[in-house]
Design a binder for this molecule. Structure first.
Ligand code: SF4
Length: 375
């Protein structure tokens, strides 16, 4: 997929959740109804204000993420989408996604999303084992997930992603595979399978927990690929799998360094190699004081680094002629030695114009990618 630099993707951050999961380090919290209403007033103001700078770009995808977008009244989401359409140049066939959690995504909301034109839904299942879900502090159980999935189909969604997690405390290989198998039986178009990473500052960081060891974690990762490819899902990114034709356009924009505009609290943007981030202070956001902080124009070296380590996340890898077109230099001139080294070690593969990580390379992707940092 070619990402057109004359297009734009929009991310809308909804920072509210029913309660905080024990492993969560996303910008999210619980709030009363009044604060949520105030947030959407500020968000619509931001949509209108920012649109003036981007009318020349066609919007190819919109993603409502969080937090839990399905936690708030559907009206808020539908009004935000309507306002975005009125103010930006949104393509008729734009991919419009929303993240939902089973505890809050009731049928009426799903139906309202569909009617408003949202055409992709991402459901945070994480596990279909109730004990594992309780241990990580999720607000739903496996039955609630199944009901949400069925309701999404009934509401007309024919592009559904399910998020699952491995390496959870107390999780065995068998219970992980049971989750994977039950998810596949529902036949979603897309599956994201991430391994839990315990971040500093989360409750999990200070807890004594029984996590699968590194070897077990690796086995889960390998089994995910094997099992999903046997069931017709191809891996197109380190942790993302899809049926043919259902790769997520929006996420590929991030990995291919297309233009994206983040709206809402703490949302990040990158347009024409300039990065900025909205304030993370709720009251500051509500007062519209500072929605364009930390403006940073990326240097050529930073752009090259990102081109490599984001592009190598994709199984299709990076395209050498795209590198030359973007930076005016051959990829070998900049990275020749590193590329040669990893090809010799069997971690990178060069096939025609494409350079990508082998399966072994994907296993140690962090180490390989770190080598693409320039001094
Ligand atoms: S639902 Fe997601 S964003 Fe909300 S607390 Fe849990 S992990 Fe964090």
């Amino acid at each position: 997929m070619l990402i057109n630099k004359d297009s734009l993707s929009i991310y809308v951050h909804i920072p509210f959740c029913v309660r905080k999961c024990l492993y969560c380090d996303f910008l999210s919290f619980n709030c009363d109804k009044r604060a949520i209403d105030d947030y959407f007033v500020a968000l619509l103001t931001e949509v209108k204000e920012k649109s003036a700078d981007f009318r020349n770009l066609q919007v190819k995808s919109i993603f409502f993420g969080g937090g839990t977008p399905s936690y708030v009244d559907a009206e808020h989401i539908c009004d935000t989408l309507k306002c975005t359409r009125e103010n930006f140049n949104v393509a008729d066939d734009a991919e419009i996604s929303i993240e939902c959690n089973p505890a809050s995504a009731i049928y009426d909301k799903l139906q309202a999303y569909r009617e408003a034109g949202i055409n992709r839904i991402s459901i945070g299942a994480q596990s279909l084992n109730d004990e594992e879900l309780a241990r990580i502090g999720r607000a739903h159980n496996a039955d609630m997930f199944r009901e949400t999935f069925e309701n999404a189909r009934r509401a007309g969604f024919d592009n559904i992603n399910v998020d699952i997690m491995s390496a959870l405390p107390g999780q065995s290989m068998d219970s992980y595979m049971e989750t994977l198998s039950k998810v596949v039986n529902l036949n979603p178009e897309h599956i994201s399978a991430y391994s839990l990473i315990v971040e500093e500052g989360t409750p999990f960081y200070d807890m004594e927990l029984d996590f699968p060891d590194e070897e077990e974690d690796r086995r889960m990762y390998h089994e995910t690929k094997r099992f999903l490819s046997e069931h017709g899902y191809h891996r197109y990114e380190i942790s993302n799998y899809s049926r043919d034709g259902y790769e997520c356009y929006h996420n590929k924009v991030y990995w291919k360094r297309g233009n994206y505009l983040g709206l809402g609290l703490g949302a990040s943007s990158m347009v024409d190699n300039i990065r900025w981030k909205n304030t993370e202070e709720f009251n500051e956001y509500l007062s519209h004081e500072s929605n364009k902080k930390e403006l940073h124009s990326l240097t050529k070296s930073e752009c090259m680094e990102e081109f490599m380590f984001l592009g190598l996340r994709l199984t299709s890898g990076v395209c050498c002629s795209d590198f030359k077109a973007e930076f005016g230099q051959d990829i070998d001139e900049v990275y020749g030695k590193i590329i040669e080294k990893y090809i010799a070690e069997g971690l990178l593969i060069k096939d025609g114009d494409n350079l990508f990580l082998s399966d072994e390379g994907m296993d140690v992707s962090n180490t390989v990618m770190a080598d693409f940092l320039l001094d």
